[in-house]
Design a protein around this ligand. Structure first.
Ligand SMILES: [Zn+2]
Ligand SMILES: [Zn+2]
Length: 176
């Protein structure tokens, strides 16, 4: 099964960047302005944190990460949720639903890609496939359909999980 997949997928996590004219924060400011809102200190801190590096995260990951910063850097839970929603609406973040969990990642300034999701360890592996895009476009053309985007999440077991204990869930106790 796995031999049908492209090779070397797990080696390169970040797919690089796409040239964009403004920074995520500038773009977010424009978006908020168009809605009569302002970028507060808290929103600014969140955007800076989120766009420091590309990763897949959920609201809890972000909150756990932020709790390390004390004092002025403290951001309330409702603010985190509200800001995540705004960032999705502004086209800066992409939201996916994976195993019932809302997972976010950069959309603005990051290449279009798809995911392999390991159902054992929850890892997300990113890949790009020109063949897949060609098939998508061909199918869309057949239906006279104008494509604005797509999302493909392939579920399965990653190579690490299938080599450790034949894919059984690894628990901390197994590692001792
Ligand atoms: Zn895995
Ligand atoms: Zn991704």
């Amino acid at each position: 099964m796995s031999k049908d997949l492209p090779r070397d997928l797990s080696k390169d996590f970040s797919l690089g960047t796409v040239e964009v004219s403004s920074t995520p924060l500038e773009r977010f400011e424009e978006f908020l302005q168009s809605r009569g809102k302002r970028v507060t200190q808290q929103r600014r801190a969140l955007v800076e944190k989120i766009f420091k590096r590309h990763e897949h995260f959920d609201a809890d990951d972000l909150i756990a990460d932020l709790s390390f910063g004390e004092g002025d850097g403290k951001v309330s839970r409702p603010t985190v949720y509200r800001t995540l929603t705004e960032l999705v609406e502004a086209g800066l973040l992409r939201k996916m639903s994976i195993a019932g969990r809302a997972v976010y990642e950069h959309d603005y300034g990051y290449p279009q890609h798809d995911h392999l999701h390991c159902t054992q360890c929850n890892k997300l592996i990113e890949f790009r496939s020109e063949e897949l895009l060609a098939i998508r476009d061909a199918v869309a053309a057949e239906y006279d359909f104008r494509v604005t985007g797509h999302r493909l999440i392939v579920s399965g077991i990653c190579s690490e999980c299938s080599s450790t204990q034949r894919g059984r869930k690894r628990r901390p106790v197994d590692l001792i």
